[in-house]
Design a binder for this molecule. Structure first.
Ligand code: PXG
Length: 452
């Protein structure tokens, strides 16, 4: 144990000296030292000191089939031996990318049959932005270039991804958003629940789209982009009237609808896609994360026949990545999907484990410091409040962060988004493990408020 500990301290020191972490205040991290995670199995993680954690976030919303899946390792090893790399430029393809494209077309909602590959969700959304503009130019409407997105959306960290996203702290750095991107209100009932019903917030947030389209002119609008459920923004499950109204408005004004399914895709909401759960009929779908359960980096944009035909008419689309459809990553994704199908993971989530998780989370609603419980499928949020009827803490962000620390000390990884505690566990989590998760979450919330 002593050795392990020493090696942990050494890694922390080197990490502080040489590693720049994403979304991190480096001096603050250097002071306390990064948590060194060195092992994982199923739904559990271990740090280098031997502490065990239940991973309530599936890594970063991605390890859907859980850790340690030998089938994926074997598929990648064998692909690496056969063909570790080749590109998909210059009239070339390779077996795993062909098989994966066909598999995704089989699983995706009706009428979406072609896939453009990249290595991440951010690249997928950069591709979306260029693709929708190129589509409209290809069908003779080059003025349709504006993409409408939502406040508090997360669509990635690249220039286009962060611009499409609606995170103000991201826009503040580096002169974002880039031109041609507009943001409208998010369908977040909790923020208005003192004065409006859920359905009223749903129609108000959808109306904001139509108002924006009319303001900038439908002839200038290329697309609307939204996560079926906003994830990083705090697991914002939209009111049930929201997506049908959004769909209607997009159809009416000839605006493409883009579903960012980077989190919702591949079973997270209890269907293969969030678009199935919310009855969305998208023109394009951004995918990543659960596509390979995070085992290797791969993302993509799934495109409807209408968009594919428009792109075909436009000649060459001058866009692509060295690693578009990387063979080892495609093999990992194929093996991941095979596991999901063989073990009927989406079916089990829908029929058994997600209803169980949602029932257990629902029990938190009576807790004096939980102001709202949100969730669908294997996504959940417990909105912490100072007291019932009091929506906000004097200082936001502090309580959630404190609760997250208690969670970690209790052996549970939960993410805090301001003062909401967020859950997105591996889809393979069992009912017993859900019990463990909820017991640890409750204990952590109790400790958070005991120490105020
Ligand atoms: N779209 C959505 C909906 C996402 O959630 C991305 C795009 C970007 O994907 P990449 O693969 O480029 O990271 C994401 C990623 C968090 C957190 O703390 C969430 C994400 C990434 C990192 C942290 O909740 N989502």
């Amino acid at each position: 144990m002593e050795n392990l500990h020493n090696s942990g301290a050494r890694l922390q020191e080197l990490d502080a000296r040489h590693h720049l972490h994403p979304f991190t205040d480096s001096p603050a991290l250097a002071k306390r030292g990064a948590r060194v995670i060195s092992k994982a199995d199923g739904v559990y993680l271990w740090d280098v000191d031997g502490n065990k954690f239940l991973d309530g976030m599936a890594g970063l919303w991605c390890v859907n089939v859980g850790y340690g899946r030998k089938e994926i390792l074997d598929a990648v090893a064998s692909q690496m031996q056969q063909l570790p790399y080749y590109n998909t430029f210059f009239q070339t393809t390779h077996p795993p990318v062909v098989e994966l494209s066909a598999k995704i077309a089989e699983l995706a909602p009706e009428g979406l049959n072609r896939v453009f590959f990249c290595s991440s969700g951010s690249e997928a959304n950069d591709t979306v932005l260029r693709m929708v503009r190129h589509y409209w130019a290809s069908v003779g409407k080059p003025d349709k270039h504006i993409v409408i997105s939502r406040e508090n959306a997360y669509h990635g960290s690249t220039m286009a991804g962060a611009s499409l996203g609606g995170m103000k702290p991201m826009h503040k750095q580096g002169g974002l958003p880039i031109d041609g991107i507009e943001h409208i209100m998010q369908p977040h009932w909790f923020l208005h629940s003192d004065s409006l019903s859920e359905a009223e917030v749903g129609s108000m947030a959808a109306q904001a789209l139509e108002d924006k389209i009319l303001e900038v002119g439908a002839d200038n609008v290329a697309a609307f982009i939204g996560e079926p459920v906003q994830g990083a923004g705090g697991v914002i499950v939209p009111p049930s009237n929201y997506w049908p109204l959004i769909q209607e408005i997009c159809n009416k004004h000839n605006v493409l609808l883009v579903a960012d399914e980077v989190i919702c895709g591949f079973g997270r909401t209890g269907n293969w896609f969030g678009s199935n759960t919310f009855d969305i009929n998208p023109d394009l779908i951004a995918i990543a994360k659960g596509l390979s359960s995070g085992y290797l980096p791969i993302g993509g944009v799934v495109v409807s026949d209408k968009v594919a035909e428009g792109l075909d008419a436009g000649g060459e689309f001058n866009h692509g990545y060295t690693y578009s459809g990387h063979p080892a990553c495609a093999a990992a994704a194929l093996a991941n999907i095979e596991i999901m199908q063989k073990e009927k993971i989406v079916e089990t989530v829908a029929a058994t484990t997600a209803p169980y998780l949602q029932k257990k989370l629902g029990e938190f609603a009576s807790h004096p410091n939980v102001g709202q419980v949100r969730g669908v499928g294997m996504l959940g949020a417990l909105q912490l409040v100072p007291a019932k009827g009091q929506q906000k803490f004097e200082k936001s962000d502090v309580t959630g962060t404190r609760c997250r620390e208690h969670c970690l000390n209790n052996g549970l990884v939960m993410r805090a988004v301001d003062d909401a505690m967020i859950l997105s566990p591996p889809l393979v989590i069992s009912e017993t493990q859900i019990d463990e998760l909820c017991e640890k979450a409750l204990k952590s919330i109790e400790q958070t408020f005991a120490s105020t």
